[in-house]
Design a protein around this ligand. Structure first.
Ligand SMILES: *Cc1c(COP(=O)(O)O)cnc(C)c1O
Length: 458
């Protein structure tokens, strides 16, 4: 058992010189590497030359590198990180007391920057490499808006243009997110738009559609390919994003090691899988090298149950089928979660790294309904103060569940979860919950099968 628990402060900050100086690439320690991305037309593994047309060169190299364990973080990125990192690892003493649990609960809080989430960790890295290559702008998609905000901030800092395709329902439901992006100089378009071929096609096929991440990705890729000096960037799913997000796990591990604390359970929410991949990376590294064992739990929404009910196979990353194919857990690229779903984490697929680790048994997955998630969010906010993002609250829900199990068994387990961001721009969703108007949507097996039946035959 860990010693000196009561001497652990509420917030564990690392000193500046204790901050990680390199990202950790968990693929280097995986025996079963994630399957390669495939060219969407030829279905052959995507080459560096092909990926260079979509991503900037350095990021394409990171995408393909399954063997280099550590990538030094360029000084300019480290300097930017220092403005909002290291992020605090907080001991949830008040939550423990409220739950009356013997468990020790910690959360790694990534909401301490204006974008309000962990996404800035990769946005600044991607913008830096684009700038370094002499590019002038980037296009991207955003769903709830955190990624678009993060990229807008990074672009403004480095003087790059930023064009964001925002899923239409979020564009309408989250006007303040949109205005934050515009304040940082981004150009924001609701997706599907009439500006791109794929947008026009999707609008024609599904009149009145409120959009999806998959559509917005297709539009952003098309816009990048038609604008000289632009590249497309993605805020999740990809190996390069998982790599940048390893800063979360590395800081967490350094901070826990500093106090001699070993986690038993590590919990993260999973949309495209980037924060989870980052949080668990160094811990999975320990497991892959046979040095330690942890129970890792990925939490996803019951309305978009990618890992718990999807299939493991090659699929398109976007609705328009212009991006490379990835082998991952997926509900099918045409899957669009019910519009009553307000809890985030709506992506149809899952990071190939997380998918492979899950497939190989290094982590388990659980799905939770959105009303349970908002109930957990509310309980957390009232004692810990932070108003959590709905996405993050998936992890809170399962952390509370695990802490309550400890109460039954009397076990003093150490639970660490990722609190990926704040929920200030999600107040419509909270309003629905507070008014008792939030429902739960759980897709039927037939609905999921109809979508996964359309997976490409590879
Ligand atoms: C985007 C986002 C997520 C989900 O994305 P992942 O790539 O799965 O990490 C989770 N929490 C917050 C606050 C987000 O903005």
């Amino acid at each position: 058992m860990n010693k000196n628990f009561t001497e652990i402060p509420y917030k564990i900050y690392l000193e500046e010189d204790e901050m990680p100086k390199a990202w950790y690439n968990v693929r280097a320690d995986m025996k079963n590497k994630p399957a390669p991305l495939l060219n969407p037309v030829t279905h052959e593994p995507a080459t560096l030359d092909e990926l260079k047309k979509v991503f900037c060169t350095e990021l394409a190299k990171q995408e393909l590198d399954d063997t280099t364990a550590y990538f030094p973080i360029p000084q300019e990125i480290l300097d930017f990180y220092k403005m909002y990192r290291p992020s605090p690892l907080v001991r949830a003493y008040c939550l423990e007391k409220k739950l009356d649990t013997p468990a020790h609960i910690y959360y790694k809080f990534e909401g301490n920057n204006t974008s309000g989430s962990h996404k800035l960790n990769s946005a600044i890295a991607q913008a830096y490499y684009a700038k370094n290559q002499g590019l002038t702008g980037m296009t991207t998609e955003t769903g709830a808006g955190q990624w678009g905000t993060a990229l807008s901030m990074a672009s403004a800092y480095l003087g790059l243009d930023c064009k964001v395709y925002m899923v239409k329902c979020s564009y309408e439901q989250k006007p303040f997110r949109r205005e934050v992006m515009r304040t940082y100089g981004a150009n924001v378009t609701p997706s599907p738009s009439m500006e791109t071929e794929v947008g026009r096609k999707i609008n024609e096929e599904f009149p009145g559609t409120t959009g999806s991440l998959g559509c917005a990705i297709s539009e952003a890729v098309e816009a990048a390919s038609k604008n000289e000096g632009y590249r497309y960037v993605l805020g999740s799913v990809l190996n390069q994003v998982a790599l940048h997000q390893s800063i979360i796990g590395l800081e967490t591990k350094t901070a826990l090691d500093k106090y001699g604390v070993k986690p038993d359970i590590i919990i993260g929410c999973a949309g495209g899988g980037s924060n989870l991949a980052g949080l668990i990376a160094p811990f999975c590294g320990d497991m892959l090298r046979g040095e330690a064992d942890y129970q890792i739990i990925a939490v996803e929404p019951a309305s978009c149950p990618t890992m718990t009910r999807g299939v493991f196979g090659y699929d398109y990353c976007d609705t328009g089928r212009v991006c490379p194919l990835a082998k991952m857990y997926t509900l099918g690229s045409g899957y669009i979660p019910s519009s009553s779903h307000a809890g985030g984490l709506r992506y149809h697929g899952m990071s190939p790294v997380v998918s492979q680790l899950y497939h190989d048994g290094y982590l388990t997955a659980r799905s939770v309904t959105q009303t349970e998630v908002f109930a957990a969010a509310t309980e957390f906010a009232r004692v810990e103060g932070i108003l959590p993002a709905p996405e993050s609250s998936h992890a809170i829900k399962v952390a509370i569940d695990e802490a309550m199990k400890c109460k039954e068994t009397g076990e003093e387990k150490v639970i660490v979860f990722g609190l990926t961001g704040t929920g200030y721009f999600d107040m419509y969703a909270y309003q629905k919950f507070n008014d008792g108007l939030m429902g739960d949507y759980i897709p039927s097996d037939e609905e999921i099968k109809a979508s996964t039946d359309k997976l490409p035959n590879i």
